[in-house]
Design a protein around this ligand. Structure first.
Ligand SMILES: [Zn+2]
Length: 179
């Protein structure tokens, strides 16, 4: 799991801290919590990286936080400036990181969900941009294949197909009691 949280100015897009918008000329006080999360899921057919990059609402649903808790999370993010986490074991560097670590490791978040997903692939020739579509391995260069070392009788180094990359468009809790 990767998680990036920051409070962002609605007008200029700069980071907002407890002293306001970080852009010197900006006096806007309207903010929102920008939340980018990616998680690894495995439905038994293939592991996939699910990104929640365009919808803070879906991150709020994923973390199952109420509007009030979401607001408190934004205030805590403002105090820290920006939160970026890739490790969810051990001790975090702040109270907020420890809270997020415990939250993300709990059954409150790790649960069965039903998601509407869209396949996304790299836009070749343009760094870090994505488009929806089908992966064409003939267009990939060597660096785009995932590096992996496999231990058998000896260690083997190989490159394999990258994880399936999908984007979450909608998320619902699975309610087995509603059939
Ligand atoms: Zn601003």
């Amino acid at each position: 799991m990767k998680l990036c949280l920051k409070s962002v100015c609605s007008t200029c897009g700069s980071i907002v801290t407890t002293t306001g918008c970080s852009s010197p000329s900006c006096t806007v006080t309207d903010t929102y919590l920008s939340a980018k999360v990616s998680i690894l899921v495995d439905d038994g057919t293939s592991p996939a990286v699910v990104s929640f990059s365009n919808s803070p609402e879906n991150v709020q649903l994923l973390l199952r936080l109420s509007p009030e808790q979401w607001h408190h999370l934004e205030v805590a993010a403002q105090e820290q400036g920006e939160v970026f986490m890739q490790q969810f074991v051990g001790e975090g560097e702040s109270v907020l990181e420890n809270f997020l670590m415990r939250l993300c490791n709990s059954q409150h978040v790790k649960r069965q969900c039903r998601m509407v997903l869209r396949h996304r692939v790299f836009q070749h020739g343009q760094q870090n941009t994505w488009r929806s579509g089908v992966l064409d391995i003939n267009l990939m260069n060597k660096d785009e294949f995932t590096y992996r070392s496999v231990k058998a009788n000896a260690m083997f180094e190989t490159r394999c197909l990258p994880y399936l990359q999908v984007e979450c468009l909608d998320l619902n809790d699975v309610g087995y009691d509603v059939w």
